[in-house]
Design a binder for this molecule. Structure first.
Ligand SMILES: [Cu+2]
Length: 187
């Protein structure tokens, strides 16, 4: 009888330990589940952000009023892409908000890097007196005058009827190669 009682106690102790271990495993599993879920959520956000940063060209809203500004004191435009509808009349409001750099804005009739480079060279050759405007404007769809810091210019032109990407450049010497450029996407 006494041995039976001891056997039962040992059996209960073993069972109790097994139950405890079993519960312990379950309890230990639960906390790791949350960080795992959190980790998945944390990695999802940067992935979504990366997708937004590499948006396809021409994804922005279509507008017929282009507010052209330099990007602070950088030799760049912000925004550097505009989206317009084919064949519509476009107004360009260029305000040179820089307090240091002059800029101009010249839209070409293609997205040719070679042509842009040639017109940039021609503009520099034309000199400050000509507002760095290339002598031959055959491949220029529209352009503002040279704007000194704080100056504004408004021009209008008709968007090409052919959808595509058209490059605009600034021909102040050194600007184009530094990044003073962008595109007009015609849809
Ligand atoms: Cu410029």
């Amino acid at each position: 009888m006494r041995n039976n009682t001891r056997l039962w106690m040992v059996t209960l102790l073993v069972l109790g330990t097994l139950v405890f271990v079993g519960c312990g495993k379950k309890a230990a599993k639960a906390p790791t589940a949350d960080p795992a879920a959190g980790g998945a959520a944390a990695t999802a956000a940067p992935a979504a952000g990366g997708a937004a940063a590499t948006a396809a060209p021409g994804a922005g809203p279509i507008s017929n009023k282009l507010e052209v500004r330099p990007k602070g004191e950088e030799l760049a435009f912000n925004p550097n892409e505009f989206v317009v509808a084919a064949g519509t009349e476009i107004t360009v409001n260029f305000e040179n908000t820089s307090v240091v750099n002059p800029h101009n804005w010249i839209l070409l009739n293609s997205n040719s890097e070679e042509l842009a480079t040639k017109l940039d060279t021609d503009g520099a050759a034309a000199g400050l007196d000509k507002g760095y405007m290339p002598a031959d404007l055959t491949n220029v769809l529209a352009h503002t005058k040279l704007l000194q810091p704080g100056e504004k210019d408004t021009i209008t032109f008709n968007a090409p009827t052919t959808p595509g990407t058209y490059i605009f450049i600034c021909t102040v010497p050194g600007h184009f190669v530094a990044g003073c450029r962008g595109t007009v996407v015609v849809k």
